[in-house]
Design a protein around this ligand. Sequence first.
Ligand code: ZN
Length: 427
Amino acid sequence: MVRQEDPRGLQPWDELPSFCETILSGMGFTIAAFLRYNVDMIVCFEYKMYPDREHVETMLHTFEVCRHLYNNALSQRIQAWKYDHVSLNYCTLANELPALKKKAQPLTTIHSQVVQDVLKRLERAYANFFRRVQQKKKGKKIKAGFPRFKGIGRYRSFTYPSWGNGVSLDGDILHLSKIGDIRIRLHRVLEGTPKTATISKKADGWYVSIACKVEEEPLPKTGKDVGIDVGIENFATLSDDNDTIPNSRFLQKAQAHLRVCQRRLERRSRYSGRGKKRKLLSHQSKRRDKARVLLAKAHQNVARARKDFHHKVAYALVHAFDTIYIENLSIGNMLKNHCLARAISDVAWGQFFQILKNKAERAAKIVMDVAPYNTSQICSGCGRIVPKALSCRVHRCPYADCGLNVHRDKNSAEQIRKVGRDAALSR
Ligand SMILES: [Zn+2]
């Protein structure tokens, strides 16, 4: 499930003046509860498509047309700023489209709203860039990342931004304007009101992702809250009882197979001839292309297994608890530790937290971020600091009046719940 995001990266409550909070709390609302009535909840349903050869050709052609438009628009924006100091936005570029269509015939071969969406994507890329620049100014250690030109094969999806206009579903047949009728595998029923449809090409075929506006589905309250400490040794440790969720280490398990695939790709060269006669092939060799697809599929399998696991854990947690406290980790900084980077990417806490938050929101449960300050060092029994290195896996409180002796992650989870409860009370 994805929330519709503000292109400037603002959260809805960033724009609410502070007096709103006062008024709302006077009315007995929390901001989160108030927003639930105001922000659309969007869930994406993804279905596999079964296009025939003609459909595939048309869709690949659409990618190329979109890619050229994207690159041209980007170049236009750069030039306008460089020479005239004019900032072109979506509206200016979109107004030029009718004139452009008269000159560039391929643009008329794809649906008009799909064309407009390309410019909207560029607008979003710029907005994200400016947001990151602002964050950088505030001292966050990230790259600003200016929007890039897209090379061949780097534009792999296009969107019909309004359902019913160029795109519709009839049974298991997807009607796409200017492309045709394509059968999809309707493995689950579409819920809510469809809003947009995005067609994308993945390693193992074509998919359509339909974004639907859905209603909240509250789950029965259990009256329990929990603190969660995520780690590498165990995927998650709960403050509740002695519960730990083991780390499945999907990447590590697949490593041997991935290595074989990667080597096969490297072996099948991009070049012809040897030594001084070595030349880059004008077209990619078929054997190399096959190896590339196999590697991509292997990576896709790992990512899917991991995502499935995240969904299952989040589902269980949202059913069992009303409030879930998690640590607001800065994963980007943690990845700078080279020894742990692979293991950290493998557990992918960021994706898990996002899934957890989305599920909780729909179920009318609460996920609260807790500042990660010293949660592993503070004793959850007495609140005093007990310093320990990362390698020390057990928390032993040296003070006689406390003497807490538990696993280090268990202590952190308890501490996270404690801090979370305090923060919830002070709100
Ligand atoms: Zn203690």
